[in-house]
Structure formats: structure tokens, C-alpha cells
Design a protein around this ligand. Structure first.
Ligand SMILES: Cc1cc2nc3c(=O)[nH]c(=O)nc-3n(C[C@H](O)[C@H](O)[C@H](O)COP(=O)(O)OP(=O)(O)OC[C@H]3O[C@@H](n4cnc5c(N)ncnc54)[C@H](O)[C@@H]3O)c2cc1C
Length: 302
């Protein structure tokens, strides 16, 4: 399937607004990866629903937040990427303890705004460099807090653009894992917190400072690559296996935090994936533990 075929299949309302062959390296925190054949930045949720209604069913779909947990292979994504950040940006308080957040809102903004509203504990959101949509998809968490601990209900769109509100009970939520109805994506959520008159930005700064001491913040990464296996820490296993600094091309296991893989500037997605595979194979051979990637790997090889 080539790009022209896809574009010709879109309704005229959208074909002029859809970009083609957009390098995903520009939209992922690893700064690596091939092009999205089609790339759509909706104006709002209704516009996105209309786009989905006319999108032919055979065109693969990838929702993108801030790309902080995503590896797109070098051959790119052979379908349509939906860019929520910058579009679904509503963040409002709707009761004493409940906020309404659209999926494109960065988690750090939720953390800061909750401090202003004297709500918490929401400080953990400051440690997640993604959007609410990505955090809902991953059950992202930090410092003991997790996204779904605060979800009262979510709004979703399905592949045909139909909008629904769903309850947490309709999802199986676990550590960095959320399983719900197939072919649906998050456009927003109501999140519930407690009243915290003493909530303050200093607490956020302290947590971020602590993190900077242990993690290679500022380098190109996707955060922790592997989920922690039950009863163990992926970073500890990788470090004791002697894999810190292991390098392929311009990608290597961080010297500072063994569960981070760094792109030093010119790594391809294939370099990064090869490091991931080498770490997995080594840990399985040495400790009989199969590390599961927490990052999402999509697309086709070059
Ligand atoms: C330096 C660094 C530190 C990090 N620290 C943490 C941490 O402490 N804890 C943690 O949990 N994570 C951490 N991460 C990983 C990452 O920030 C989270 O997983 C985050 O939730 C991803 O959000 P995103 O918007 O960037 O999602 P993306 O990377 O854009 O997408 C991730 C996945 O979610 C899907 N998705 C995105 N938006 C939607 C949507 N609206 N509806 C349905 N699916 C969607 C995508 O299709 C993809 O499968 C870190 C990353 C970095 C770079």
C-alpha cells in the first residue's frame, strides 16, 4: 500500500489536511524511526471523529501522544498516525475533586494545575513526559502513583468515529498494562483527586531533582524500556549482567540507569531494537527471566 493510494481514498475534506511521509523521528523522544505514510492533526474531538468515519477500514491506525514510549521501525508506519498533542487540550475542574482532561494534555500540565487547584496526589504526573492519552493506554505511573488510580470514567472513540463513555470496571488494569475493548482510543477522562490544601510545586521539584540523580534525563530515550518482572527489577538484572554501556551503532544501554537505552544522536530504530533484543536474550540466558518491553514497537523494518 503506498501513500498515494491511501490519500486517494480519503474524502476531499480531509485529503488536503493530511500530511504524508512525516518522519516519526521528529515526534518521538528517541528521535528515531521512519515515516508515517499519513499524519493527521485533528482540530478537536468532533473533527477527529469525522476523520475516522471516512477513513477506509483497511488503513492501519496509530495514535500518537508525545511519543515518549514509542519506537517506530525505520521503514515507517504504513497507515495513518493521529497526533493528539496540541489538539485535545482541554483541562478543567468540574467539581471540588474531579477534573476533566482531554487526551492531548501533557501529564506535567495536569500535575502543575492540580497544585493550583489544591488537589492531589497528582505530583507523580510530573514524572511522565507524555500525554494523558498515552498515560491511560500505558497505566503510566511514577513515585507510587498510577494513572488509573484516579480514573472515574474515560471517553473513547472507536474506529468508526463513534464516541462512548466507559467505566474503569470495563478495563483490566495492571502494572503498565491496560486491556479494554478492541479498536477504541482515549479522547479524555474524568480524574478524581483529594483536596490537598498543602499541595505545592516544591514537592514536584524535589521529586524531579531526585530523578535527575538516577536517570539520564535530557538524553534521547524512552524512559524505562522493560517492565519490571514480578519480584525483580529490570535495571538490576541488566546491570548485574554487565550490560551497562552495551552499544550497537549509536544506541547503547545507559551507564546511569540500566533500563534506559540512549540514542546518542544518529541511532536508527534498528540499532535500538537490536540493543533491546540483545538485552532480552542475555537476561533470558543468564537468569531465565524473559523481560517484556514496556515501550511499544510498531511499523515495518527498512
Ligand atoms: C525520560 C522518560 C522518563 C519516563 N518515565 C516514566 C515513568 O516514570 N513512568 C511511566 O509510566 N512512564 C515513563 N516514561 C514513558 C512514557 O512517558 C509513558 O509511557 C507515557 O505515558 C507515554 O505517553 P505518550 O503520550 O508519550 O504516548 P506515546 O509514546 O505517544 O504512545 C504510547 C502508546 O500509547 C498509545 N496511545 C497514545 N495516545 C493514545 C490515546 N489517546 N488513546 C489510546 N492509545 C494511545 C500509542 O498508540 C502507543 O501505543 C518515561 C519516558 C521518558 C522519555
Amino acid at each position: 500500500m503506498n501513500c498515494a493510494t491511501h490519500l486517494n481514498e480519503l474524502s476531499p475534506d480531509f485529503s488536503s489536511r493530511v500530511l504524508r511521509d512525516v518522519p516519526m523521528a521528529k515526534y518521538t523522544s528517541w528521535h528515531a524511526g521512519g515515516p508515517a505514510r499519513l499524519f493527521f492533526a485533528p482540530r478537536n474531538a468532533a473533527d477527529l471523529a469525522a476523520f475516522l468515519r471516512q477513513l477506509p477500514a483497511h488503513i492501519p491506525l496509530l495514535w500518537l501522544g508525545l511519543g515518549s514510549n514509542l519506537l517506530v521501525r525505520d521503514g515507517g508506519f504504513p497507515g495513518a498516525v493521529i497526533h493528539t498533542h496540541g489538539a485535545l487540550g482541554l483541562l478543567e475542574r468540574i467539581s471540588a475533586t474531579t477534573i476533566n482532561v482531554e487526551a492531548g494534555v501533557p501529564c506535567a500540565r495536569i500535575a502543575r494545575q492540580c497544585v493550583r487547584w489544591s488537589l492531589g496526589p497528582a505530583e507523580f504526573f510530573a514524572g511522565i513526559p507524555g500525554t494523558l492519552g498515552g498515560a491511560l493506554a500505558m497505566n503510566a505511573g511514577a513515585w507510587g502513583g498510577e494513572t488509573w488510580q484516579h480514573v472515574a470514567e474515560v471517553d473513547v472513540l472507536d474506529r468508526l468515529g463513534a464516541r462512548r463513555t466507559r467505566q474503569p470496571a470495563e478495563y483490566q488494569v495492571g502494572y503498565r498494562s491496560v486491556v479494554g475493548p478492541a479498536d477504541e482510543w482515549f479522547i479524555g477522562a474524568r480524574l478524581v483527586f483529594e483536596r490537598r490544601p498543602d499541595a505545592n510545586n516544591e514537592a514536584i521539584r524535589d521529586l524531579l531533582d531526585k530523578r535527575r540523580q538516577t536517570q539520564p534525563i535530557g538524553e534521547w530515550s524512552c524512559g524505562s524500556v522493560f517492565a519490571n518482572p514480578s519480584g525483580n527489577h529490570a535495571a538490576r538484572l541488566i546491570e548485574t549482567a554487565g550490560l551497562k554501556g552495551f552499544r550497537i551503532g549509536d544506541a547503547s544501554v545507559s551507564l546511569k540507569h540500566a533500563n534506559f537505552i540512549i540514542n546518542h544522536g544518529a541511532a536508527s530504530a534498528a540499532d535500538i531494537e537490536a540493543v533491546i533484543l540483545h538485552v532480552q536474550r542475555t537476561i533470558e540466558a543468564m537468569y531465565h527471566v524473559v523481560l517484556q518491553p514496556e515501550v511499544r514497537i510498531v511499523g515495518v523494518p527498512a
